[in-house]
Design a protein around this ligand. Structure first.
Ligand SMILES: [Zn+2]
Length: 306
């Protein structure tokens, strides 16, 4: 695939049909080769290696000794079952039961430090645990739900409704104006961001919208610009907690941008040369989105004339 983003590229065979079979899942749990990665409050456990940091893998039995009844099935790696186990609570487990095993690091730091496959596996696990933590009770009747399918489904014994992990689609777009002396793209800035940081525009899709409609609505709401055309670029899973970022290039009809002052406090138009300077870190005032963000990839693609 031409566009592989950080948090995508999970190499595991998810075994989507097999994991619904309780007997098969039991065999995987009993397999002495079963492995488990650990998370604590959404942070993966990592250790230092020669080439940088990597996920720590324990035998599933060892992980279950540390945290009973808190695992989920992630898939098969070359035939061997792979699980994730989550510690809960405010105290770092490396000062207790997980002492000497490595360190828990924030997921954004992991995204920058770990190999692509490790980040994708850790991000998937984080999204699933986040969902489980928030869906212990049935949204239909309010009774407690039970885990099924190795963590990929929850079932309400009281009313029979099944619940599945949610993914929330977000449109993220780079507005482009082609009507001037040379093409320019628009970056926006939220007040809470680090000084100088600017990025693509983004927003959650709403029920009843197409991707194109959500893109046009967000660009109008945040920057006061009319979208005349939308081109899909690529997508990125984003485990904060479980978005799918849908990357777009959005052609707009004017340069009269007006930041809404609620989501965006400022906007800036950039030529391709200026965009390249931002990406190279040589622009005087504007800082690019971080390397693991799809916004940066959109900017790179446009700056290189893609
Ligand atoms: Zn129910």
């Amino acid at each position: 695939m031409s566009h592989t983003h950080v948090f995508s590229g999970n190499p595991l065979d998810r075994s989507g049909d097999l994991r619904n079979d309780i007997a098969w899942l039991g065999e995987q749990e009993a397999n002495p080769e079963a492995l488990a990665m650990l998370l604590w409050e959404g942070r993966p456990l990592v250790e230092d290696h020669e080439g940088g940091q990597r996920l720590v893998w324990l035998a599933l039995s060892h992980g279950r000794d540390l945290v009973p009844d808190r695992d989920l099935f992630l898939g098969l790696w070359k035939g061997a079952p792979v699980f994730a186990i989550e510690f809960e609570g405010s105290i770092d487990p490396t000062s207790g039961p997980a002492g000497g095993l490595g360190q828990f690091i924030e997921m954004r730091a992991a995204a920058a430090a770990l190999p692509e496959a490790d980040v994708a596996i850790a991000g998937t696990a984080k999204s699933l645990f986040d969902w489980r933590r928030r869906h212990g009770f049935c949204a239909a009747c309010g009774k407690a739900t039970d885990q099924a399918s190795g963590g990929w489904r929850r079932v309400c014994a009281a009313c029979g409704v099944e619940h599945f992990p949610r993914v929330d689609p977000v449109v993220i777009m780079l507005p482009v104006y082609k009507g001037g002396s040379e093409p320019r793209c628009l970056l926006g800035r939220q007040a809470a961001w680090p000084e100088g940081r600017m990025s693509a525009l983004a927003g959650f899709m709403e029920p009843g919208e197409s991707i194109e409609e959500a893109c046009a609505r967000e660009v109008m709401e945040e920057a006061g610009l009319t979208v005349s055309g939308v081109v899909y670029h690529s997508s990125q899973p984003w485990p904060f907690p479980a978005q799918l970022m849908i990357g777009l290039i959005a052609e707009v009809t004017t340069e009269d941008a007006a930041p809404d002052q609620t989501e965006l406090e400022a906007v800036a138009w950039l030529t391709r040369a200026e965009a390249r300077a931002v990406l190279a870190g040589t622009h005087g005032t504007i800082h690019a989105p971080p390397p693991f963000a799809i916004a940066r990839r959109l900017l790179e693609a446009w700056a290189e004339g893609e």
